[in-house]
Ligand binder design. Sequence first.
Ligand SMILES: C[S@@+](CC[C@H](N)C(=O)[O-])C[C@H]1O[C@@H](n2cnc3c(N)ncnc32)[C@H](O)[C@@H]1O
Length: 190
Amino acid sequence: MIIDIGTGDGRFVYQSARRNPKKFYIGIDPNVRQLEKISEKIHRKPAKGGAPNVLFIQAAVEDLQPELNGVADELHVHFPWGSLLRTVATADVSALRHLRKICSLGALLEVVIGIDPVRDRSELDRLGITELTLQYIDEVLTPKYAEARFELTERGIVPASEWPEFNTSWAKRLQQSEQRPITYLIGRAV
Ligand SMILES: C[S@@+](CC[C@H](N)C(=O)[O-])C[C@H]1O[C@@H](n2cnc3c(N)ncnc32)[C@H](O)[C@@H]1O
């Protein structure tokens, strides 16, 4: 089972599910208005763009349904904002534990963050997020992720223009302003 938290308009989930019909995808977001188009599409016949292997759930990371406990073999967080961004970019241990709870042992974690330290400064200040550097990731985030039982195995910062083709609406938007660095964290649930 693959879970995408902060799924936005559901594009990543939908396109991945169409490509991998044998895998099951869940997209989660508290704001479901953006999901209207794709959640209508998934109910069509597969030949007409349907995706029976997709489920969308309205929820925030802070209130994930207990039915989701242990179900994710892959957990994705792509271009989060608001409290979801705060959770992954400050490694808020109690909120990360909510994410860990829905993972199976060994589940893959992929976090992709696209914040611009200059343009997004006021929002970053509001959320209490300092600049994301490799040193900060290694010295501050990695131990806190470990406390929440996620072992970070890979991390990096690349210019948006060098980020490979990526199927989310925000990735496409950000790639047009290539100044914005993309920070990624890869890990697994331990
Ligand atoms: C910039 S959009 C990215 C959407 C999508 N992942 C993409 O890449 O196109 C950020 C998403 O995070 C969601 N979000 C914000 N706070 C959240 C929270 N506490 N729990 C879950 N999702 C949240 C928002 O509703 C929004 O859809």
